[in-house]
Write a protein that binds this ligand. Sequence first.
Ligand SMILES: *Cc1c(COP(=O)(O)O)cnc(C)c1O
Length: 447
Amino acid sequence: MEYRLPKYLTRCKNYFFPRWFTVQSNSANEDVLKRIQDKDVLLVGHDQSPIPTSPTFSYISSKLYSVDETIAELKPSVPLYCLRPKTIEATAAWFVSTFPGQVLYAVKCNPEPQILQMLWNGGIRHFDCSSLKEIELIHALLPSAKAYFMHPIKTRNSIYKAYFHYGIRDYALDSIEELHKIIEVTANANDLSLLVRIKVPENVTLIDLSHKYGASAADAVDILRQARPVAKNLGICFHVGSQCLNPECYESALAVVKGIITQANVKIDIIDVGGGFPERYPHCVLPSRDLFMLAIKRGFQDLNLTEKPALWCEPGRALVCAGCSLVVTVLARRKDVLYINDGVYGNLSDAGKLLNWRYPVRLVRRNEPTSAVANELKSFTFYGPTCDSIDVMKGPFVLPDDVKVDDYIEIGQTGAYNSALKTSFNGFDETKIVLVNDDFPITALEH
Ligand SMILES: *Cc1c(COP(=O)(O)O)cnc(C)c1O
């Protein structure tokens, strides 16, 4: 067993983790685990954890103005990320009061500390984390919140730190291998909640996740039987995929759950229906949110279990999407193409070629009114600021046809997976965050 602090990491003093170790073995045995201290990162064997990045956002205002007032005051030359505390709090409160069970926020969707605080203010007390860093963030920011480690494939070090340093007791898994890993690293703990992630049928979701994680029904039966004697609480979880457009997906997933429970014939304490609740975008026609709640209630009832399990969900997008918008500047116009100061490598990656996501947009002009024919609309394509030709957002984005250089555009529905996926490619990584008081977010309704 050999400890080695890679040279380049000594430069990382200011990062979240001050010390890293590499260990030339695949087993994090007790000797190693005793020697690592709080905030150290242990790299075991070939396990390459990502280099932590420092926070890139800065806060320039805590006063609450409208988006238009904020633009007039700040004349921002970098993208401005506008957070709507009331909208986020109200959405959280709606979810907590309407979902017939416990609501966990999926932290990866938007881990911005101010957003986490707003969700807390709206009544969210449970946080679905996938990495040690997310767990540490929740622990530091919201000490009374409960964090859950819901990634089905974890490093030994992260399980160890989660269990012994942060008191995490809830873990997802989708294999016998992972079950053994959790049991070993937690030294045969008897207070674990183990949630077996299952594969669900392919769905009408815009982002299908059914291939990457989840045990087949036959494997799930086996894992549940082996996990039952060691688990304090045993659960089944799934994720239908993000932006799920059909409420019946939840019902058909719960029907798969029912079959698995019948075969496994073990007591189930928790059913977790995951995230996937959709949001409004110009390219999506949505059934009402109530229909999703009804479908889940029906599917849950149909399990027909004598001892009712707890019901959980893990929304990300639906809790934060409408609570943020992004203000960008037009840097150049060439016919129906606008060159703007944010793009695919920045806060708008889903608008790129992979997903071609569309967002509602609104022109904000600073000094002069839009022309008399402003109600003549035109479809535009956006180019982002980096030199890469894939930094293009086809849209179409519909705006008044006299858009010109120095105009601002507010892009709505950008709270989910926008800032979270931002990179610093080509040096275009500056975004300012402001809180705004506009209660009615611009949604997909306009177009
Ligand atoms: C990403 C993720 C979520 C959140 O998904 P949304 O589509 O944003 O609601 C929930 N659960 C798991 C396991 C996830 O990976």
